[in-house]
Design a protein around this ligand. Structure first.
Ligand SMILES: Nc1ncnc2c1ncn2[C@@H]1O[C@H](COP(=O)(O)OP(=O)(O)OP(=O)(O)O)[C@@H](O)[C@H]1O
Ligand SMILES: [Mg+2]
Length: 187
C-alpha cells in the first residue's frame, strides 16, 4: 500500500481524536528539505508501558474494530521516518495527552510524496466530534517564508456544518486557496 505524508498525518490526527481529546493541534512545517508534522492532543494519554506498546507493530489496544487499512498507525510512521533518515518523537502523559513529531526527509528517494494536502486537511476538519482543531501551516522557499492558521470552530461557524459533502468540498477549496497563496509567496 502506498501512503502519502497526508495519510500519515491523518493517522496521527485520528489517534488524537480517538484518545478523546478536546483539542488537537496540528503544526506542519515544510521547507525544501523536510516536512515536519507535529500533532498534539489533550486526550487520555499513555503511561510508559502503553507508550512502548503503541510503538510495537504487533500491538493495538483491541478495543477498536479492525480498520480498512493495512497500515499500522504509529509503527508505520516510525518505520518510514527511520528508513528515510527522518526523525520520530513521541511523548505522552497518562490523563494529560500526547505529542508526536515526525520529520520526513524530502531529499530521500523512499520518502512518500506529500500528497493532496488540501484534501487531507479538509478531511481532518470534517471528522465528526466536538473537539477543537488548530492547524498551523508554514512553508519556506526560495522567496521566503509564509504561513496560515485556522481553527475548526472558525470553519464550523462559517460553514454551519462540516459533515455534509458540500462542506467537505468547501473545506478542500479553502485549503487549496491557502496553499496556492502560500506557494506563490514562497516558491
Ligand atoms: N494520541 C494518542 N493518545 C493515546 N493513545 C494513543 C495515541 N496514539 C496511539 N495511542 C495508543 O497506541 C495504540 C496504537 O496506535 P496505532 O495508531 O498504531 O494503532 P491503532 O490506532 O490502534 O489502529 P489504526 O491506527 O490502524 O486505526 C492505540 O490503539 C492507542 O492505544
Ligand atoms: Mg491509529
Amino acid at each position: 500500500m502506498h501512503k502519502t505524508l497526508g495519510d500519515f498525518l491523518a493517522d496521527l490526527f485520528q489517534n488524537g481524536v480517538e484518545a478523546g481529546a478536546q483539542t488537537v493541534g496540528v503544526v506542519l512545517d515544510q521547507d525544501e528539505r523536510s516536512f515536519t508534522m507535529t500533532v498534539t492532543d489533550n486526550g487520555k494519554g499513555m503511561d510508559e508501558d502503553e507508550l512502548v506498546r503503541a510503538q510495537d507493530p504487533f500491538y493495538t489496544d483491541g478495543v477498536k474494530h479492525r480498520h480498512r487499512k493495512v497500515g499500522l498507525g504509529l509503527p508505520f510512521v516510525i518505520q518510514t521516518t527511520r528508513m528515510t533518515q527522518g526523525r520520530f518523537q513521541i511523548s505522552s502523559r497518562k490523563g494529560q495527552g500526547t505529542a508526536v513529531t515526525a520529520v520526513f526527509n524530502l531529499e530521500h528517494w523512499d520518502t512518500p510524496p506529500v500528497g493532496d494536502l488540501p484534501a487531507t486537511l479538509g478531511q481532518l476538519m470534517a471528522l465528526g466530534g466536538d473537539h477543537e482543531v488548530m492547524v498551523v501551516r508554514r512553508l519556506r522557499g526560495p522567496k521566503g517564508a509564509g504561513s496560515y492558521e485556522v481553527k475548526r470552530s472558525e470553519l464550523l461557524e462559517a460553514l454551519g456544518s462540516l459533515e455534509d459533502l458540500g462542506s467537505l468540498t468547501l473545506l478542500r477549496e479553502y485549503f487549496r486557496d491557502n496553499e496556492t497563496k502560500l506557494t506563490e509567496e514562497t516558491q
